[in-house]
Design a protein around this ligand. Structure first.
Ligand SMILES: [Zn+2]
Length: 361
């Protein structure tokens, strides 16, 4: 190309500069793409070297990466064991975070491996969660945590939309995997989620109407609904709309940025919109990768809450999700029906305004 007409050059630059520079990417497999491979390899290497010392989120997102690479990955087994130890019978401090993040991770593992030990850990998690739920139907940091210094009136909330979204997703995934979840428990959580809906995603919590700017909370719910093929669920179309409208805000999520980046990317992949997400984010994230392979994902608290392993794992996952079917939905279809008609025989248009069915003994 010795002589390129200036107009043609300008046109080419205009198109290429529009979003992700397609000429830089020669494969949707990050292990084969000339631009993605060095970033992908460094991120995976960082995760493998550090996940054993990571926090609960780092362990879970490392595990999700290993699961996507190969459900028989040896390092995945180590993450499963760590997550299984993190979830049973905890009730203080940030216990519900440990349970929610680990249960969500293990539920995705279970759908793909059907290991009985994972099933046992999940049942343990949900039994604990059923006892740590707030009166609202959601979960806070731990039961009653909100009473500490009136946390719920000082920017916190009795319950946290992110924890509740993860718990709900884990329960739907379990159901799609054939594990029995009490219907009344599910309905109660759904009703609560409906009460904190921001129209598309889910608010920070009952006492704090900060919306789901990044769609990170909605992303987890969407992953559960797609695993269970619950596309007739009233949340479903709202979540699709929210993801399409807000994917550019994935770095605007509260606190741990990795939580939002992961679920929004995976949900966009599930929704068939990943090329759009990648076009906006991929080159920016690759350019921001640190020398050690991890990345600062940016959020409203800087990196103070960030786990480097979680961030590196989520970067690798974002690169990996370019591949069609890298994280496809698994699980049996769960029939979703609106709650029973109100007395008088009229079907209520909004199933969540119904009274919940009586608790089964
Ligand atoms: Zn690439």
């Amino acid at each position: 190309m010795r002589k390129l007409a200036p107009l043609a050059l300008l046109l080419w630059l205009g198109v290429a500069g529009a979003a992700q520079d397609q000429s830089k990417h020669d494969s949707t497999d990050p292990a084969a793409c000339k631009t993605c491979k060095p970033a992908f390899d460094r991120a995976v290497q960082f995760v493998r070297a550090n996940f054993r010392n990571a926090d609960v989120a780092g362990n879970a997102y490392a595990g999700l990466l290993f699961l996507m690479l190969n459900p028989k990955d040896n390092d995945l087994q180590a993450c499963v064991q760590t997550a299984s130890r993190a979830i049973g019978g905890r009730t203080g401090g940030n216990s519900n975070w440990y349970i929610a993040i680990s249960a969500y991770f293990l539920s995705e593992v279970y759908l793909r491996t059907k290991e009985s030990s994972v099933q046992g850990a999940l049942v343990n998690a949900i039994n604990t969660a059923a006892n740590t739920m707030e009166q609202t139907g959601g979960w806070g940091h731990s039961p009653g945590f909100w009473r500490t210094n009136n946390y719920h009136k000082k920017g916190g909330s009795r319950d946290l939309g992110m924890v509740t979204s993860m718990m709900y997703s884990a329960m739907i995934n379990m159901k799609a995997g054939g594990i029995d979840i009490p219907e009344a428990l599910l309905r109660r959580v759904e009703k609560h989620l409906e009460s904190i809906s921001d129209g598309q995603g889910f608010n920070y919590g009952s006492d704090n109407k900060v919306p789901d700017e990044a769609m990170g909370r909605g992303g987890y719910v969407f992953l559960g609904l797609t695993n269970a093929q619950m596309d007739n669920h009233p949340f479903y179309p709202k979540l699709v709309e929210g993801l399409k409208k807000r994917y550019k805000n994935v770095d605007k999520g509260h606190a741990c940025a990795s939580l939002h980046h992961y679920s929004v990317a995976a949900a966009m992949h599930r929704a068939g919109n990943y090329a759009t997400f990648a076009a906006h984010w991929l080159d920016k994230l690759i350019a921001a990768q640190k020398k050690n392979g991890s990345i600062s994902l940016g959020c409203d608290r800087g990196d103070s809450h960030a786990d480097e392993t979680a961030n590196a794992a989520v970067l690798a996952i974002i690169l990996l999700l370019q591949k069609d079917g890298a994280f496809k939905a698994e699980g049996n279809k769960v029939e979703w029906k609106p709650a029973p008609a109100a007395p008088g025989g009229k079907t209520n248009a909004n199933p969540f305004s119904q009274k919940e069915p009586p608790e089964k003994k």
